[in-house]
Design a protein around this ligand. Structure first.
Ligand code: NAI
Length: 328
């Protein structure tokens, strides 16, 4: 039998955690031949709830689940981790300013970055889901100087999947007919879902749809504001779809993108497409052998340029704000 892969999940007792852990334990994260050992990190008040989830994981009798350990200390939780899913974060509460939100999350992601630096496995791959995801990822990455920066990523796969679903509906096709979808920038309302490089059955998606009004005034805002629409309808934020996207993100990172396709991941910029070096911004990426690469050479027209710049400027402002707070 193969040695189990250690997967650390933070915020394990939360909504996304509850949807995510069962998918990981069933083998959907890494593949059906890879046993996993789960390491759950929670705050002390939520450890008991995490223990309840661990009881249910036992009760699923998943053949690939090697065991579950529960921690309230990041150093222990990340020791030996091969994959880390950073889901737990401090949500924005009423009256909270952006600076307060960034500061509260700095208090979570700085020690977690340090713990990853101190004890994670050499092949550690980190996905940050907890919001503000891109900037939380940047904070963690900056406190893990011994880990290659490219191992820290943030999740825009949910936005990517939402964009696939909206386009498939509009065009009357299956999501599997769509390739080369891209989310650019921040996982926030400024994100830019790009149809100018996407393809439907091999043909340019924007040209196929041929409806700039829909693209600008329906498609982009629907994708960007989908989280709020889910809260409005469900009375709770998207959890199962977020967990599904996290599984997709890691699965694609580990197993590779298909020939002729790419995915969206927020990764550390090397300056591609004018995105300042070091920002963790969403790009079109291909993956192979556990490594990602930003797709190069795409033509960016004026419309797309403006949208990308707006979202990237927001990321730069968040970076400057956490710098000012001494968090990086
Ligand atoms: P939740 O509030 O149900 O669960 C969060 C859990 O994190 C709680 O159990 C809490 O005790 C735990 N936690 C808080 N601080 C922690 C720490 N320092 N260490 C370990 N655990 C800690 O929230 P939910 O719905 O599960 O969402 C989690 C995060 O994911 C939120 O920040 C949410 O905004 C974000 N999110 C991101 C998406 C994306 O596309 N990137 C999509 C949907 C949600």
């Amino acid at each position: 039998a193969r040695t189990p892969v250690s997967v650390t999940v933070t915020g394990a007792a939360g909504q996304i955690g509850y949807a995510l852990l069962f998918r990981i334990a069933s083998g959907q994260l890494l593949g059906a031949d890879t046993p996993v050992r789960l390491r759950l990190l929670e705050i002390p008040q939520a450890v008991k709830a995490a223990e309840g989830t661990a009881m249910e994981l036992d009760d699923c009798a998943f053949p690939l689940l090697d065991g579950v350990d529960i921690f309230d200390d990041p150093t222990q939780a990340f020791a030996g981790a091969n994959v880390a899913l950073l889901v737990g974060a401090r949500p924005r509460t009423k009256g909270m300013e952006r600076g307060d939100l960034l500061e509260a999350n700095g208090g979570i992601f700085k020690p977690q970055g340090e713990a990853i630096n101190a004890g994670a496995a050499d092949d550690i791959k980190v996905l940050v889901v907890g919001n503000p995801a891109n900037t939380n990822a940047l904070i963690a990455q900056q406190h893990a100087p011994d880990v290659p920066a490219e191992r820290f990523t943030a999740m825009t796969r949910l936005d990517h999947n939402r964009a696939l679903a909206q386009l498939a509906k509009k065009a009357g096709v299956s999501v599997s007919d769509i390739k080369k979808m891209t989310i650019w920038g921040n996982h926030s309302a400024t994100q830019y879902p790009d149809l100018f490089h996407a393809e439907i059955a091999g043909k340019n998606a924007a040209e196929t749809v041929n409806d700039q009004d829909w693209l600008e005034n329906t498609f982009i805002p629907t994708v960007a504001k989908r989280g709020a629409a889910i809260i409005e309808a469900r009375g709770a934020s998207s959890a199962a779809s977020a967990a599904s996207a996290a599984v997709d993100h890691v699965h694609t990172w580990v197993n590779g993108t298909a020939e002729g396709d790419w995915t969206s991941m927020a990764v550390v910029s090397d300056g591609s497409y004018g995105v300042p070096e070091g920002l963790i911004s969403s790009f079109p990426v291909t993956t192979k052998d556990g490594k990602w690469e930003i797709v190069q050479g795409l033509d960016i027209d004026g419309f797309s340029r403006g949208r990308i710049d707006a979202s990237v400027n927001e990321l730069a402002e968040e970076r400057d704000a956490v710098r000012k707070l001494g968090l990086i």
